[in-house]
Design a protein around this ligand. Sequence first.
Ligand code: PEP
Ligand code: MN
Length: 334
Amino acid sequence: MIIQLQNKINLSQREKINEAIKAINYKAAEVKTQYANYLVCIGKNDFDIRSIGSLEGVKDVHRVSESYKLVSRKWKVNHSVVDLGDGVTIGNNGLTIMAGPCSIENETQVRKIVAHLKENSIRIMRGGVFKPRSSPYAFRGLGIEGLKMFSAICRENGIKIITEVMQVSQIAEMHDYVDVFQVGARNSQNFNLLDALGEVDKPVLIKRGMSGTIDELLQSAEYIFSNGNEKLILCERGIRTFENAYRNTFDINAIQVLKDKTHLPVIADPSHGVGIRDYVSKIAMAGAVAGADGVIYEVHEIPEEAASDGQQTLNFEESKLLCQKLRMLEEVRV
Ligand code: PEP
Ligand code: MN
């Protein structure tokens, strides 16, 4: 059960609510976010929910039986919108495009990609400066200095930034330079990181783990929400299956299932989802048709020379064409 409290609740009203929760043998966890105060109550007994709903100080109350609660559509039926400011939103019935290189490499590369994004009216640039790599000898990113450069160029040009945070200690140093923190697939269940991102007042995009179930992804999102941050975006980026004809299996089903189970916006990542450049645009469109609130893909002036993930990175021409097609789909999809 979730109880949303009135903003102006007084002490005696709070005490009466606590007593009512105790009387039905439920345990309450208090959650305070940017937007509201909630009591997430866990228990087994059957009871008349009106006995809680009628109490003074209660704004709303619902039963939510899933393991995830505040991110569930049983709590909030209407889909949430994440607002990045300056007219950039995610989840507004539209299709938000985010694009950029796998890794930020140097200033020239960033400037060229920013120009490409502007030409195609893309308002959000992706790019990693802390890169999780399978091999410790592979390029691991430019680090915080790279982020400062990336951020300065994007701010100059009215472009928002999404970039991956790999550990708790990076959050503070990155904070002022990012618009959206990305939690990568490998960190999808790094609960310390999720807890810490719950205390940040910046949106977080959380990717599905490589072997993560939909339920686990939603519980990971619940970690962040229950620590105080409602500005959440989910991302399907492909899972590991027995199939090895491509890098990952993009789970198209997950898009619709997530849209049904949660009010959070859902983004498709076709680049990591399939991992093969020739197929990325088609999978991106499939994600859009399946109902994604946005698409995030990798683009580079010369994919063959990219420092990472070049094999799944579009060039500018391919990216331009994909944008045009996505915008057409945005108009016609239902
Ligand atoms: C990335 O976005 O470049 C990345 C490393 O993604 P993932 O965590 O999905 O592998
Ligand atoms: Mn990548």
